[in-house]
Design a protein around this ligand. Structure first.
Ligand code: ADP
Length: 517
């Protein structure tokens, strides 16, 4: 025997695992999408800022080339500034005041030399400049942000002493210098000059965006490096939380709707079963009444006939008595005819003709599903065991449901008197004798007394207050009508208290191959 739990019963528990998992997947996917979109936005903004920074810095350093080219054009000239090698007339002295990033302008005439302290570096740069045709960098001190830019020209070569700190165009800077998290540096040969310190995230998780591009001035090959790290706290937590809450609300609403739908379906099913039960109960009632009425009516008929004969012997008013008696006879006959007609009217339709192959476990599960609120209310979890490969049975679907429903309701009502912890309901489905399948409904209620056993299936036998005593009669006749059999098991009650309770067994015929649709 394999324990089986009706799948549909678990389908609307408060926490339905598959739909909960579905919600979790949707919530996580949505929240991730929101986070990824935010990261993409931040990355796009960073890329734009970094490109603007690169363009601005390139524009500034390209100016140095332009100044040098102008100086070369103004030949012959003299050097000015703190390290001037010769006295020089204007315009050179004014360069440092017009361009604050130029600290000094040096000049070396064809016969002269660079200042002794710089002679070696500047001479090398001058040689490079002469070879490449554009200015060259010398004395690079990136941490201090200073370097010389040397242009070889004839008759005099020039060198500009440049301070990078005043090169930054703060007024055009795309980011807020004080608060922006983007770090910008100029790098060369393992050294760097910090243009904008930005913020480096030291959190456990951070996404880092990088931008590297050489300045657009071949004379000053400095690498513009921009870096932005995005920490966890920059993720759109409120948006992500909002999405999770929204989907959770939708999930709960969906569950509530589904529960409503199931409750409505159950109510409709119960109504249908109830209607069938009422009709059948009415039939039982009418059959009982017919049985009860027929005898007295027959007696009435014979006694009035006797009275008629007696009256005929003692006549003060023979005609009237005879007429009255004749009318009584006529009435009695009519009553008997009515009863006879009523009986024919409520004769049970042939359910055997409507029997069809059915899966018994499915029928049982359907009824358990219907009774789920009653089971939950009484704190009863039914134990269902189904033999493997149970064959289909031959039954009329509604009648079968009606029988199972009645048996289960009786079991539940019987167990109401027991403490909740002792209430147990077992349903077992297994093949019995060849060609039959038995459904047993066993409860742990007070059981059935030997006296009650003898009358269980009689109409109007009940021990319940408010009971009609027609349920089991109806079940038995429904079972018989479709070729099944309903018995109480065992025939005599259990002697031991441990095995108390009642067990009803419905034995159904197996559907043969000829019945398969
Ligand atoms: P009703 O439920 O209206 O009494 P039934 O025909 O269904 O009518 O049941 C007749 C009687 O059989 C019940 O009153 C009860 O005494 C007895 N009975 C039926 N099922 C059980 C059961 N599972 N345990 C104990 N007694 C039962």
């Amino acid at each position: 025997m394999t324990p089986a739990w009706p799948r549909r019963l678990s389908s609307h528990r408060p926490l339905h695992l598959p739909s909960l998992l579905l919600w979790a997947v949707v919530a996580c996917a949505g929240a991730s999408w929101i986070a990824v979109s935010r990261l993409q936005q931040l990355n796009a903004a960073f890329e734009t800022d970094a490109r603007i920074v690169h363009r601005l810095l390139s524009q500034r350093v390209v100016q140095h080339d332009a100044i040098m080219a102008t100086l070369a054009l103004l030949q012959p000239a003299a050097a000015v500034g703190d390290n001037a090698t010769s006295a020089a007339p204007s315009p050179l002295p004014r360069l440092t005041s017009v361009y604050p990033q130029i600290l000094a302008v040096l000049q070396r005439s064809a016969q002269g030399d660079w200042p002794p302290a710089l002679q070696a570096e500047l001479a090398i740069a001058e040689a490079i400049s002469r070879r490449t045709g554009h200015a060259a960098v010398a004395g690079l001190n990136l941490p201090a942000g200073r370097y010389y830019l040397v242009l070889a020209a004839t008759p005099a070569s020039y060198a500009l002493h440049i301070d990078l700190r005043t090169t930054i165009p703060a007024d055009e800077w795309p980011m807020d210098m004080a608060t922006s998290p983007v770090r910008v540096t100029l790098e060369h040969g393992g050294e760097d000059f910090v243009v904008h310190p930005g913020r480096t995230d030291t959190a456990a998780w951070s996404r880092v965006y990088d931008f590297h591009k050489l300045l657009a001035a071949p004379s000053q090959p400095l690498d513009v490096v921009a870096r932005r790290s995005v920490g966890l706290r920059e993720l759109p937590w409120w948006g992500m939380l909002g999405w999770c809450v929204l989907t959770a609300a939708l999930w709960l609403a969906g569950r509530a709707l589904q529960r409503q739908r199931i409750a409505r379906q159950r109510a409709e099913e119960l109504l249908r079963l109830g209607q069938v039960a009422r009709l059948n109960t009415l039939g039982e009632l009418a059959a009982g009444m017919a049985h009860e009425l027929n005898q007295p009516l027959t007696a009435l008929l014979s006694s009035t006939q006797a009275a008629q004969r007696l009256l005929a012997d003692d006549p003060p008013d023979l005609d009237t008595a005879q007429t009255a008696m004749a009318r009584a006879v006529e009435q009695a006959r009519r009553a008997a005819t009515v009863v006879g007609r009523l009986r024919r009217l409520v004769e049970r339709p042939d359910l055997a003709g409507q029997a069809q192959p059915l899966a018994l476990p499915a029928a049982v599960h359907d009824v358990l599903h219907l009774l789920e609120p009653e089971l939950a209310q009484r704190g009863i979890t039914p134990q269902v065991t189904t033999a493997p490969d149970l064959p289909a049975v031959l039954a009329e679907p509604v009648a079968l449901q009606q029988i199972i429903h009645n048996l289960l309701m009786n079991a539940l009502q019987a167990m109401e008197q027991m403490p909740p912890a002792e209430r147990q309901l077992h349903l077992a489905m297994a093949p019995t004798t060849a060609g039959h399948v038995a459904l047993s409904v066993r409860d742990q209620g007070p059981g059935i007394s030997p006296e009650a056993r003898q009358h269980l299936f009689e109409p109007f036998f009940t021990t319940r207050t408010g009971g009609l005593g027609l349920g089991l009669t109806l079940c038995e006749s429904l079972a018989q009508a479709m070729g099944a059999q309903l018995t109480v098991s065992p025939a005599t009650p259990h002697p031991s208290a441990a095995e108390r309770g009642a067990e009803f067994v419905l034995t159904l015929a197996v559907a043969s191959a000829g019945h398969d649709r």
